[in-house]
Design a protein around this ligand. Structure first.
Ligand SMILES: [Fe+2]
Length: 358
């Protein structure tokens, strides 16, 4: 039995019983390491992809529907969650977003939607339209313990420290999945570009299913460890009497469906918070995972232009970005992406409805 002192986001000191780890989070254990590669559409090689696999041009009929609805919402000042896509008649848009969702769920797992005419719309209309399109994929969930369902990814000038996410800085971000510390991670995430940085800020996409299958072939001993739990830093997004870290695996498989949570940094921070060392097998497995994720043919890179939207399946696709520089931050301009986390189950709370351990 060991106790660990942790600091909450309010700088309150809480003594946490590490032996509660089993109850800290729950997850369904799944089927374990498979005998052969997981055959998902999201198991691609970058050199095999064509633009048609992941780039979707918004058709003219949908753009006309957008303009009518964005005009009606130009002065919208009610809460976004009062808006439902079912309140509008937009058949071309409905078909478009059904195609996007199918590509996320059974295609290559990510889509670049090109593009919404954001420069012609008011700020309220931009936010309302982004909300409505995301709602057509799956319900937006809270991205913070205290409730934001739309999250502005922009450089706030904040320094990276405990409880400050890289998404509010101008720093690069290694490959990761969003909300990876959650027991119920978001199924999908999306970023809508309203403004781009003056330099840098390139988006990166990688297949975690391909990384998994590569590990199965080349490093099965490391893959086995990645199916077992690690400590994950919960980013101070929890109640003051709760564990600051969750105990969860990188890979979970149910039949031919692979679910992955990945953020190397969050695992290392999770162990620091719990005052434990990562076991040698865990360290070796994380190194092998990083190498597989960052393999040259496992990467698609592009720079989002204003109005473009990147959506991805968040349990099979990792994303990252390069750092950026933005002198206009001081004048309230600068890179601005609207981020959504979308989840099909568990309600809108960040942690979702707890799963029941088998
Ligand atoms: Fe992210």
């Amino acid at each position: 039995m060991a106790d660990s002192e942790i600091q909450t986001r309010d700088n309150e000191t809480v003594i946490f019983d590490i032996d509660r780890r089993v109850g800290a989070t729950q997850h369904l254990p799944g089927d374990g390491v498979p005998d052969g590669p997981v055959p998902m559409g999201s198991a691609w090689r970058a050199s095999d992809l064509t633009e048609a696999d992941w780039q979707v041009r918004i058709p003219e009929a949908a753009l006309q529907e957008f303009d009518i609805i964005a005009g009606a919402l130009a002065e919208y000042d009610e809460p976004l969650d009062s808006l439902s896509p079912d309140s509008f008649d937009w058949p071309a848009t409905t078909d478009l977003m059904a195609d996007v969702r199918a590509r996320l769920s059974s295609g290559v797992g990510f889509v670049l939607l090109d593009r919404m005419p954001v420069e012609t719309w008011t700020d309220p209309a931009n936010r309302a339209m982004t909300w409505l399109l995301n709602e057509m994929i799956a319900p937006p969930i809270m991205q913070k313990w205290q409730g934001h369902r739309v999250y502005d990814v922009r450089d706030t000038g904040a320094k990276l420290e405990y409880g400050v996410r890289r998404s509010v800085t101008n720093l690069s971000q290694e490959f990761h999945t969003d909300g990876s510390f959650l027991a119920m991670i978001p199924d999908f995430f999306s970023l809508t570009c309203n403004r781009q940085a003056e330099a840098g800020g390139e988006s990166l996409i990688a297949s975690l299913v391909s990384a998994h299958n590569d590990l199965l072939e080349n490093h099965p001993e490391h893959l086995k460890r990645l199916y077992e739990p690690f400590w994950w830093d919960r980013q101070a997004e929890h109640g003051s009497d709760e564990s600051p870290a969750n105990w969860l695996p990188v890979f979970t498989r149910h039949g031919d469906t692979l679910s992955v949570r990945y953020y190397d940094d969050y695992i290392r921070n999770g162990y620091r918070l719990m005052k434990e060392e990562i076991d040698p097998a865990g360290l070796a497995a994380l190194a092998a995972m990083q190498e597989a994720v960052e393999a040259p043919d496992n990467r698609v890179a592009f720079r989002l232009r204003p109005g473009q939207v990147i959506c991805a399946q968040n349990m099979q696709i990792a994303h990252g970005r390069t750092g950026f520089s933005d002198p206009s931050i001081k004048t309230e301009g600068g890179r601005l992406l609207l981020r959504y986390w979308l989840r099909t189950e568990g309600g809108i709370e960040l942690d979702g409805v707890p799963l029941v351990s088998a």
